[in-house]
Design a protein around this ligand. Structure first.
Ligand code: ADP
Ligand code: ADP
Length: 226
């Protein structure tokens, strides 16, 4: 059950002699409940791949499918709608709203999507519990540690039941012990929610805890080997 599937994806930038070919006939499939780590050197195409998976960019050839929805024929509006309904994104920096509590930060995207504050709060508390920050629900970001802030940001990304969770260096800003805690919490969330996750990281120790590690080589997404 592949929630995220790239087939024969081609993406280059520029033309002629200065053309940069980032992805060429690239394939990738991530199943429901599976966490895939993406480890590749700077400039290899991690952001490009995440942008394609998140429907922020389109490939010049090939297909990106999210939960069986082919996206090559969608217009901008269709892509935006599908992204809103199916993709959650975790940033390196949490971007939580400082004047709101953890619970309110996780409630906000749900209320924008039409839930009542009471409905949103139930789901927010459930997610904060899954991520081990339930007791921090009433605290504002400034009252939380870095690892707690990032777990609240992950809860927010998951608020509207995304089927695909994408993260770019979600622990890039944290010390090793805290990174472990955040990564395990993320993994627990993926399992519980049955989402498909693609996590770009430079941290190989963390990547080893994923179900699978992939890298980008000669424009293809391939299994990472030492
Ligand atoms: P990573 O995230 O692994 O560092 P990127 O996906 O950002 O890699 O970039 C891959 C390659 O594509 C790099 O050589 C980069 O310079 C090039 N690139 C990325 N985005 C653009 C763009 N908008 N225009 C031109 N070149 C780009
Ligand atoms: P900006 O690109 O102006 O910084 P954002 O703050 O929305 O805008 O996004 C920061 C970065 O996070 C983006 O450049 C992109 O790398 C990533 N990003 C955000 N949303 C998504 C998404 N749905 N799918 C993939 N990548 C995303």
């Amino acid at each position: 059950n592949s929630f995220l599937r790239l087939s024969g994806v081609h993406r280059h930038y520029g033309e002629g002699a200065t053309q940069v070919r980032v992805l060429d006939e690239a394939d990738l499939a991530v199943e429901s409940g599976e966490l895939v780590a993406l480890v590749a050197p700077s400039g290899a195409g991690k952001s490009t791949l995440l942008h394609l998976c998140g429907l922020l960019e389109s490939p010049q050839a090939g297909e990106v499918e999210i939960v069986g929805n082919k996206t090559s024929q969608l217009n901008d509006r269709g892509r935006t709608q599908l992204r809103r309904n199916t993709v959650g994104y975790v940033y390196q920096f949490h971007h939580l709203l400082p004047e709101f509590s953890a619970l309110e930060n996780v409630s906000m995207p749900q209320m924008i999507a039409g839930k009542t504050p009471a409905e949103a709060a139930v789901r927010a508390q459930e997610l904060l519990d899954i991520l081990g920050v339930g007791p921090r629900a009433a605290h504002r970001p400034a009252e939380l540690s870095g690892g707690e802030q990032q777990r609240v940001a992950i809860a927010r990304a998951a608020a509207n039941h995304p089927r695909v969770i994408l993260a770019d260096e979600p622990t890039g800003n944290l010390d090793p012990a805290t990174s472990d805690i955040v990564f395990e919490a993320l993994k627990n969330l993926i399992r519980t929610e049955g989402a498909a996750a693609l996590i770009a990281t430079h941290n190989y120790d963390l990547a080893r805890r994923a179900d699978r590690i992939v890298t980008i080589k000669n424009g293809k997404v391939v299994a990472h080997t030492l």
